[in-house]
Design a protein around this ligand. Structure first.
Ligand code: FRU
Length: 327
């Protein structure tokens, strides 16, 4: 087992500049802090592919017990992931995949399913004879963008009266899509629905429509469904988004899975987190559930701090006692 000594986990995070990734890191840190033997190091690649490769090289040379990685893009990160494997370091790929299966395991939601779920939501809520859709994609070359698009278009193509009239190549951030969307609308394109590959771009699309006075003409669907005031669940409750597809970060599951791998348990190659649609039917329920979970997480964090405090005081007093006894 890995119970003797420290368990060193190195995580290469694509970036830490958005709520989804911050929430993933927090969940990992919280889960890791439940086991005092775990030493979790998070390296933030700040969305720079070259930096992510260098940081992974660094991690490999530090020889941690296991590496976790969320690759910015599939192709450029593939060789260095393979290198970790070749050097005998287990590697767990989360959220975004590399190009081949040369890793120990993958953990994340099924992004083809995410795309299909978004399409089903459009088809089932539609009342018109024909549906025009604008698809706003995530960063090209990152597996969730490719897979969400495949699943979405598969489902839409099966349904005769819906079609994608325009596609915008985004990069997961709203700044990337606002100008192209504005120019689409100043041309001839019109849409009944927008499917954006994440909530940040979906809300960005809504801002553009609102500025043009068109926000009531178009229904917008996003992905992520984070809790909290800036998250997708609130955006659904506020009527900004018609729906969002839950894309769990899997932060705590990643740490648990890493421990199982280190304990030499046999784990599945693909570990799929479940997803679901969040719309006006269940947004309140989802919000309540997350509020409770967040409250409990907060309590756990406070308890952990309190225990650490007690430990510190115990050691301080113990040292004092040793000094006194030695006198
Ligand atoms: C966060 C994010 C999410 C998206 C995921 C895809 O950085 O852009 O919004 O669902 O990455 O990997």
């Amino acid at each position: 087992t890995v119970s003797e000594g420290k368990i060193r986990i190195g995580f290469s995070q694509a970036m830490t500049n958005d709520d989804w990734r911050r929430s993933m890191n927090n969940a990992m840190q919280l889960q890791a802090s439940l086991n005092p033997d775990i030493e979790l190091t998070i390296k933030d690649a700040d969305y720079d592919v070259q930096r992510q490769i260098e940081q992974l090289e660094e991690l490999i040379s530090e020889k941690p017990d296991i590496i976790i990685v969320s690759p910015i893009q599939s192709k450029p990160i593939t060789p260095v992931v393979q290198k970790a494997m070749d050097q005998g370091i287990p590697i767990l790929v989360v959220d975004r995949k590399t190009q081949n299966q040369k890793y120990t395991a993958y953990l994340g939601a099924d992004n083809i399913e995410v795309g299909r779920t978004a399409a089903k939501e459009i088809i089932s809520s539609n009342t018109k004879d024909s549906i025009r859709i604008i698809e706003i994609k995530g960063l090209s070359g990152s597996s969730p963008a490719e897979e969400r698009s495949i699943g979405f278009n598969q489902m839409i193509d099966q349904y005769g009266s819906a079609r994608v009239v325009a596609t915008i190549e985004g990069d997961w951030e709203k700044e990337s899509i606002q100008k192209p969307l504005r120019s689409l609308y100043s041309g001839t394109v019109n849409a009944d629905y927008i499917f954006a590959h994440n909530d940040r771009m979906a809300v960005g699309a809504w801002e553009v429509l609102r500025d043009m006075g068109l926000e009531d003409e178009v229904e917008i669907i996003g992905v992520d469904g984070l809790s909290g005031p800036n998250g997708g669940i609130q955006a659904v409750k506020d009527g900004i988004l018609k729906a969002t597809v839950l894309y769990p970060t899997g932060g705590n599951e990643a740490i648990k899975l890493a421990l199982r791998i280190l304990n030499k348990e046999s784990v599945p190659k693909n570990n799929i987190l479940s997803t679901t649609v969040i719309n006006d039917v269940n947004a309140d329920i989802m919000k309540n559930q997350y509020d409770r979970i967040n409250e409990q997480q907060h309590n756990i964090e406070q308890q952990i701090t309190a225990i650490k405090d007690l430990e510190d005081r115990y050691y301080a007093q113990n040292n004092l006692l040793k000094i006194v006894m030695a006198l």
